[in-house]
Design a protein around this ligand. Structure first.
Ligand SMILES: CC(C)(COP(=O)(O)OP(=O)(O)OC[C@H]1O[C@@H](n2cnc3c(N)ncnc32)[C@H](O)[C@@H]1OP(=O)(O)O)[C@@H](O)C(=O)NCCC(=O)NCCS
Length: 207
């Protein structure tokens, strides 16, 4: 059994905890609050504050660390720091997630209950693949993407770095979504989306 630090003690931190507990591989789980990102009460768990610790010694005292925030930029910054410090970045996978043996998953990802990562799909570093999201065969998801619950990507789609896919959105096959994009809840994406836009609706259009 290993020790786990969840860096982030807000909503994302608590759902990540559930996922980590279901894995049944961690003997102790603690939290480190991300300053300014909100902190929930988590009964029975110790929540440390960033300003009260010596970061280097503290992070090194855990077997693994997972960064748990929906903010893609903060997740990227913290994971980059952990890797530069040589700290073991966890990949948290709920036991009900279905992952093809041919799929590739980067370090620092969290895969929630009933997520599906199908044949030959590639998920980059530090991604969130939320509850019941479907990443079909041959999709490419670049680093630090946040996929909301029940988002569905058809085969051969590509999602650029740090993009957010809203809850229940659908992306048809072969579409390329740029980096730093926000796809709204329930959108249906039927054509390529450029970088750095918000796209909503059916069919999805950049606002
Ligand atoms: C797309 C989104 C980010 C836009 O948020 P926002 O910038 O605050 O936008 P607003 O609420 O001000 O809406 C702006 C306009 O877009 C429309 N709009 C917003 N979201 C929309 C959506 N998902 N589908 C269709 N239209 C949408 C609004 O009706 C509004 O239209 P109007 O100007 O004609 O009145 C947000 O609405 C959304 O869909 N977020 C996804 C949340 C989610 O999936 N959370 C899961 C967490 S796990």
């Amino acid at each position: 059994m290993k020790t786990l630090l969840i860096w982030g003690a807000g909503d994302q931190g608590t759902v990540t905890m559930d996922c980590a507990l279901a894995m049944n591989v961690y003997s102790r789980i603690d939290f480190l609050e991300i300053k300014g990102k909100g902190c929930r009460e988590i009964p029975g768990y110790r929540i440390y504050q960033e300003e009260e610790i010596d970061l280097d010694d503290f992070l090194n005292s855990y077997d693994e660390v997972i960064v748990a925030t929906g903010d893609n930029q903060i997740r990227e910054d913290r994971i980059t720091l952990l890797m530069a410090m040589g700290i073991s970045v966890a990949t948290i996978t709920h036991p009900t997630a279905v992952i093809s043996p041919t799929a590739k998953i980067g370090r620092g990802c969290t895969l929630f209950a009933n997520a599906v990562i199908h044949t030959n799909a590639a998920v980059g570093m530090g991604c969130i693949i939320n509850t019941a999201a479907i990443i079909e065969h041959d999709c490419i998801i670049e680093d630090f993407v946040n996929v909301s619950p029940k988002a569905a990507m058809a085969g051969h789609t590509k999602i650029g770095k740090s993009t957010f896919l809203g809850i229940g959105c659908t992306i048809i096959d072969d579409v390329v979504v740029g980096k730093d994009v926000v796809i709204g809840a329930g959108a249906v994406v039927i054509q390529d989306i450029p970088d750095c836009v918000v796209a909503v609706g059916v069919p999805a259009k950049a606002q």
